[in-house]
Design a protein around this ligand. Structure first.
Ligand code: GUN
Length: 262
Protein backbone atom coordinates (compact mmCIF):
# COMPACT_ATOMS: atom_id res chain seq x y z
CA UNK A 1 0.00 0.00 0.00
CA UNK A 2 2.86 2.38 0.90
CA UNK A 3 4.40 1.89 -2.58
CA UNK A 4 1.09 2.78 -4.22
CA UNK A 5 0.69 5.85 -2.05
CA UNK A 6 4.25 6.93 -2.94
CA UNK A 7 3.07 6.92 -6.56
CA UNK A 8 0.14 9.13 -5.61
CA UNK A 9 -2.41 6.31 -5.91
CA UNK A 10 -4.76 6.14 -2.94
CA UNK A 11 -7.44 3.42 -2.98
CA UNK A 12 -10.83 4.45 -1.62
CA UNK A 13 -13.94 2.28 -1.32
CA UNK A 14 -17.51 3.59 -1.04
CA UNK A 15 -19.88 1.07 0.56
CA UNK A 16 -23.61 1.73 0.26
CA UNK A 17 -26.18 -0.05 2.39
CA UNK A 18 -29.91 0.63 2.09
CA UNK A 19 -32.18 -0.42 4.96
CA UNK A 20 -31.30 -2.45 8.03
CA UNK A 21 -30.99 -6.08 6.97
CA UNK A 22 -28.93 -7.58 9.83
CA UNK A 23 -26.86 -9.93 7.60
CA UNK A 24 -26.01 -7.05 5.23
CA UNK A 25 -24.99 -4.93 8.22
CA UNK A 26 -22.52 -7.62 9.35
CA UNK A 27 -21.08 -7.95 5.83
CA UNK A 28 -20.68 -4.18 5.47
CA UNK A 29 -18.99 -3.89 8.88
CA UNK A 30 -16.56 -6.67 7.91
CA UNK A 31 -15.76 -4.90 4.62
CA UNK A 32 -15.06 -1.64 6.45
CA UNK A 33 -12.84 -3.41 9.01
CA UNK A 34 -10.85 -5.05 6.21
CA UNK A 35 -10.29 -1.64 4.60
CA UNK A 36 -8.98 -0.28 7.88
CA UNK A 37 -6.68 -3.28 8.26
CA UNK A 38 -5.28 -2.80 4.74
CA UNK A 39 -4.95 0.99 4.95
CA UNK A 40 -7.69 1.58 2.37
CA UNK A 41 -9.91 4.61 2.89
CA UNK A 42 -13.57 3.59 3.17
CA UNK A 43 -16.73 5.66 3.22
CA UNK A 44 -20.02 4.18 4.34
CA UNK A 45 -23.34 5.46 3.03
CA UNK A 46 -26.05 3.97 5.27
CA UNK A 47 -29.34 5.00 3.68
CA UNK A 48 -32.77 4.53 5.22
CA UNK A 49 -35.13 1.77 3.96
CA UNK A 50 -37.37 4.45 2.38
CA UNK A 51 -34.63 5.84 0.10
CA UNK A 52 -35.95 6.19 -3.45
CA UNK A 53 -34.24 4.65 -6.46
CA UNK A 54 -33.67 8.14 -7.81
CA UNK A 55 -31.84 9.21 -4.62
CA UNK A 56 -29.69 6.09 -4.67
CA UNK A 57 -28.78 6.49 -8.35
CA UNK A 58 -27.91 10.16 -7.73
CA UNK A 59 -25.48 9.14 -4.96
CA UNK A 60 -23.88 6.51 -7.25
CA UNK A 61 -23.55 9.14 -9.99
CA UNK A 62 -21.73 11.47 -7.56
CA UNK A 63 -19.39 8.67 -6.45
CA UNK A 64 -18.72 7.73 -10.09
CA UNK A 65 -17.47 11.29 -10.63
CA UNK A 66 -15.18 11.50 -7.58
CA UNK A 67 -11.49 11.00 -8.28
CA UNK A 68 -10.75 9.95 -4.68
CA UNK A 69 -13.13 6.96 -4.83
CA UNK A 70 -11.77 3.96 -6.73
CA UNK A 71 -14.39 1.35 -5.88
CA UNK A 72 -18.15 1.50 -5.29
CA UNK A 73 -20.32 -1.28 -3.96
CA UNK A 74 -23.95 -1.33 -3.02
CA UNK A 75 -24.69 -4.19 -0.65
CA UNK A 76 -27.40 -6.49 -2.01
CA UNK A 77 -30.24 -7.13 -1.58
CA UNK A 78 -31.71 -3.63 -1.89
CA UNK A 79 -35.32 -3.00 -0.76
CA UNK A 80 -37.97 -4.27 -3.15
CA UNK A 81 -38.97 -0.82 -4.45
CA UNK A 82 -35.46 -0.36 -5.88
CA UNK A 83 -34.39 -2.21 -9.02
CA UNK A 84 -31.23 -4.20 -8.36
CA UNK A 85 -30.49 -4.13 -12.07
CA UNK A 86 -30.71 -0.32 -12.20
CA UNK A 87 -28.27 -0.06 -9.28
CA UNK A 88 -25.78 -2.49 -10.83
CA UNK A 89 -26.00 -0.70 -14.20
CA UNK A 90 -25.44 2.71 -12.59
CA UNK A 91 -22.01 1.90 -11.14
CA UNK A 92 -19.14 2.88 -13.45
CA UNK A 93 -17.70 -0.46 -14.69
CA UNK A 94 -14.21 0.84 -13.85
CA UNK A 95 -15.28 1.25 -10.19
CA UNK A 96 -17.38 -1.91 -10.04
CA UNK A 97 -15.37 -3.88 -7.47
CA UNK A 98 -18.16 -6.49 -7.21
CA UNK A 99 -17.90 -7.13 -10.99
CA UNK A 100 -21.69 -7.25 -11.26
CA UNK A 101 -22.04 -4.71 -14.13
CA UNK A 102 -22.93 -6.35 -17.48
CA UNK A 103 -19.71 -4.96 -19.00
CA UNK A 104 -17.65 -6.79 -16.39
CA UNK A 105 -19.83 -9.91 -16.61
CA UNK A 106 -19.20 -9.94 -20.37
CA UNK A 107 -15.46 -9.54 -19.84
CA UNK A 108 -15.45 -12.55 -17.51
CA UNK A 109 -17.32 -14.54 -20.14
CA UNK A 110 -14.62 -13.84 -22.77
CA UNK A 111 -11.80 -14.35 -20.27
CA UNK A 112 -10.28 -10.85 -20.38
CA UNK A 113 -11.10 -9.10 -17.13
CA UNK A 114 -9.83 -6.69 -14.45
CA UNK A 115 -12.41 -7.53 -11.79
CA UNK A 116 -13.68 -10.95 -10.78
CA UNK A 117 -16.70 -11.21 -8.46
CA UNK A 118 -15.26 -11.54 -4.97
CA UNK A 119 -16.72 -14.88 -3.87
CA UNK A 120 -15.81 -16.92 -6.98
CA UNK A 121 -12.40 -15.21 -6.98
CA UNK A 122 -11.94 -16.25 -3.33
CA UNK A 123 -12.83 -19.85 -4.21
CA UNK A 124 -10.21 -19.86 -7.00
CA UNK A 125 -7.61 -18.40 -4.64
CA UNK A 126 -8.29 -21.22 -2.12
CA UNK A 127 -7.92 -23.79 -4.91
CA UNK A 128 -4.63 -22.25 -6.13
CA UNK A 129 -3.15 -21.80 -2.66
CA UNK A 130 -3.95 -25.46 -1.89
CA UNK A 131 -1.92 -26.53 -4.94
CA UNK A 132 -4.96 -28.01 -6.71
CA UNK A 133 -4.82 -28.09 -10.52
CA UNK A 134 -8.26 -27.58 -12.08
CA UNK A 135 -7.25 -28.66 -15.60
CA UNK A 136 -9.18 -31.72 -16.79
CA UNK A 137 -11.02 -32.11 -13.46
CA UNK A 138 -14.75 -32.73 -13.18
CA UNK A 139 -16.04 -29.54 -11.54
CA UNK A 140 -19.61 -29.37 -10.31
CA UNK A 141 -21.10 -26.03 -9.21
CA UNK A 142 -24.38 -26.34 -7.32
CA UNK A 143 -26.20 -23.01 -7.72
CA UNK A 144 -26.61 -20.69 -10.70
CA UNK A 145 -26.75 -17.19 -9.22
CA UNK A 146 -25.26 -14.23 -11.07
CA UNK A 147 -23.11 -13.47 -8.01
CA UNK A 148 -21.57 -16.92 -7.50
CA UNK A 149 -22.72 -19.93 -9.55
CA UNK A 150 -22.46 -18.55 -13.09
CA UNK A 151 -19.13 -16.66 -12.72
CA UNK A 152 -17.70 -19.57 -10.69
CA UNK A 153 -18.42 -21.93 -13.57
CA UNK A 154 -16.68 -19.53 -15.99
CA UNK A 155 -13.55 -19.24 -13.84
CA UNK A 156 -13.27 -23.02 -13.54
CA UNK A 157 -13.81 -23.34 -17.29
CA UNK A 158 -11.04 -20.78 -17.98
CA UNK A 159 -8.71 -23.11 -16.08
CA UNK A 160 -9.77 -26.05 -18.26
CA UNK A 161 -12.09 -27.76 -15.80
CA UNK A 162 -15.00 -29.80 -17.20
CA UNK A 163 -17.82 -27.86 -15.63
CA UNK A 164 -21.38 -28.87 -14.78
CA UNK A 165 -23.82 -26.36 -13.26
CA UNK A 166 -26.59 -27.89 -11.14
CA UNK A 167 -29.68 -26.11 -9.85
CA UNK A 168 -33.11 -26.65 -8.34
CA UNK A 169 -34.43 -28.41 -11.47
CA UNK A 170 -31.44 -30.74 -11.83
CA UNK A 171 -32.55 -34.38 -11.92
CA UNK A 172 -30.64 -36.81 -9.69
CA UNK A 173 -28.36 -34.20 -8.15
CA UNK A 174 -26.39 -36.76 -6.13
CA UNK A 175 -25.41 -38.57 -9.31
CA UNK A 176 -23.88 -35.31 -10.59
CA UNK A 177 -22.20 -34.25 -7.33
CA UNK A 178 -20.71 -37.73 -6.81
CA UNK A 179 -18.92 -37.29 -10.11
CA UNK A 180 -17.16 -34.10 -8.94
CA UNK A 181 -13.42 -33.89 -8.29
CA UNK A 182 -14.10 -30.27 -7.30
CA UNK A 183 -17.52 -29.50 -5.83
CA UNK A 184 -18.63 -25.92 -5.16
CA UNK A 185 -21.83 -25.59 -3.12
CA UNK A 186 -23.59 -22.25 -3.56
CA UNK A 187 -27.29 -22.96 -3.08
CA UNK A 188 -28.12 -21.12 0.14
CA UNK A 189 -29.71 -24.16 1.82
CA UNK A 190 -28.25 -25.36 5.13
CA UNK A 191 -26.61 -28.82 5.12
CA UNK A 192 -27.95 -29.45 1.60
CA UNK A 193 -24.92 -31.46 0.39
CA UNK A 194 -24.35 -34.51 2.58
CA UNK A 195 -21.37 -36.86 2.76
CA UNK A 196 -23.12 -39.54 0.66
CA UNK A 197 -23.32 -37.06 -2.26
CA UNK A 198 -19.53 -36.60 -2.40
CA UNK A 199 -16.88 -38.56 -4.30
CA UNK A 200 -14.18 -39.93 -1.95
CA UNK A 201 -11.18 -37.58 -1.95
CA UNK A 202 -13.04 -34.70 -3.66
CA UNK A 203 -12.27 -31.02 -3.02
CA UNK A 204 -15.40 -29.55 -1.42
CA UNK A 205 -15.83 -25.78 -1.25
CA UNK A 206 -18.77 -24.47 0.73
CA UNK A 207 -19.96 -21.00 -0.27
CA UNK A 208 -23.18 -21.12 1.81
CA UNK A 209 -23.67 -18.81 4.78
CA UNK A 210 -26.97 -19.75 6.41
CA UNK A 211 -28.11 -18.35 9.75
CA UNK A 212 -29.77 -21.09 11.81
CA UNK A 213 -32.61 -20.50 14.34
CA UNK A 214 -30.02 -20.77 17.17
CA UNK A 215 -28.14 -17.88 15.40
CA UNK A 216 -25.21 -20.15 14.48
CA UNK A 217 -23.81 -19.97 10.94
CA UNK A 218 -24.05 -23.08 8.81
CA UNK A 219 -22.88 -23.86 5.28
CA UNK A 220 -24.60 -25.60 2.37
CA UNK A 221 -22.51 -28.70 3.11
CA UNK A 222 -23.13 -30.97 6.10
CA UNK A 223 -19.57 -30.70 7.42
CA UNK A 224 -19.64 -33.66 9.83
CA UNK A 225 -20.53 -36.23 7.17
CA UNK A 226 -18.70 -34.51 4.29
CA UNK A 227 -15.30 -34.16 6.00
CA UNK A 228 -15.08 -37.95 6.38
CA UNK A 229 -15.36 -38.40 2.61
CA UNK A 230 -13.71 -35.29 1.12
CA UNK A 231 -9.99 -34.98 0.47
CA UNK A 232 -10.15 -31.25 1.27
CA UNK A 233 -13.04 -29.17 2.57
CA UNK A 234 -13.67 -25.57 3.64
CA UNK A 235 -15.51 -24.80 6.90
CA UNK A 236 -18.30 -22.29 7.56
CA UNK A 237 -17.59 -19.85 9.08
CA UNK A 238 -13.92 -19.23 8.30
CA UNK A 239 -13.63 -20.73 4.80
CA UNK A 240 -14.79 -18.81 1.74
CA UNK A 241 -16.21 -15.82 3.71
CA UNK A 242 -12.87 -14.20 4.65
CA UNK A 243 -11.59 -14.89 1.12
CA UNK A 244 -14.50 -12.91 -0.35
CA UNK A 245 -13.45 -9.89 1.68
CA UNK A 246 -9.78 -10.35 0.76
CA UNK A 247 -10.75 -10.36 -2.94
CA UNK A 248 -12.76 -7.17 -2.45
CA UNK A 249 -9.59 -5.52 -1.12
CA UNK A 250 -7.68 -6.81 -4.16
CA UNK A 251 -10.33 -5.44 -6.55
CA UNK A 252 -10.29 -2.07 -4.76
CA UNK A 253 -6.52 -1.78 -5.16
CA UNK A 254 -6.84 -2.82 -8.84
CA UNK A 255 -9.54 -0.19 -9.31
CA UNK A 256 -7.28 2.47 -7.77
CA UNK A 257 -4.54 1.58 -10.25
CA UNK A 258 -6.96 1.53 -13.22
CA UNK A 259 -8.60 4.82 -12.15
CA UNK A 260 -5.37 6.38 -10.75
CA UNK A 261 -7.36 7.41 -7.69
CA UNK A 262 -5.92 10.40 -5.84
N1 GUN B 1 -24.78 -9.53 -1.10
C1 GUN B 1 -24.33 -10.81 -0.93
N2 GUN B 1 -23.09 -10.96 -1.45
C2 GUN B 1 -22.74 -9.76 -1.96
C3 GUN B 1 -21.58 -9.28 -2.63
O1 GUN B 1 -20.61 -10.00 -2.87
N3 GUN B 1 -21.61 -7.97 -2.99
C4 GUN B 1 -22.68 -7.16 -2.76
N4 GUN B 1 -22.62 -5.91 -3.17
N5 GUN B 1 -23.78 -7.57 -2.15
C5 GUN B 1 -23.80 -8.87 -1.75
Amino acid sequence: MAKLKEKGINPGLAVIIVGDDPASRVYVNNKKKACEYCGIKSEEYALPEGTTQEELLKLIEELNGRDDISGILCQLPVPEHISEEAVINAIDPKKDVDAFHPVNVGKIMVGNYDFVPCTPAGVMELIHESGIDVSGKECVVVGRSNIVGKPQAMLLLHENGTVTICHSRTKDLAEKTKNADILVAAVGKPNFITGDMIKPGAVVIDVGINRMPDKKLCGDVEFETAEKIAGAITPVPGGVGPMTIAMLMKNTVKAAIVNKTK
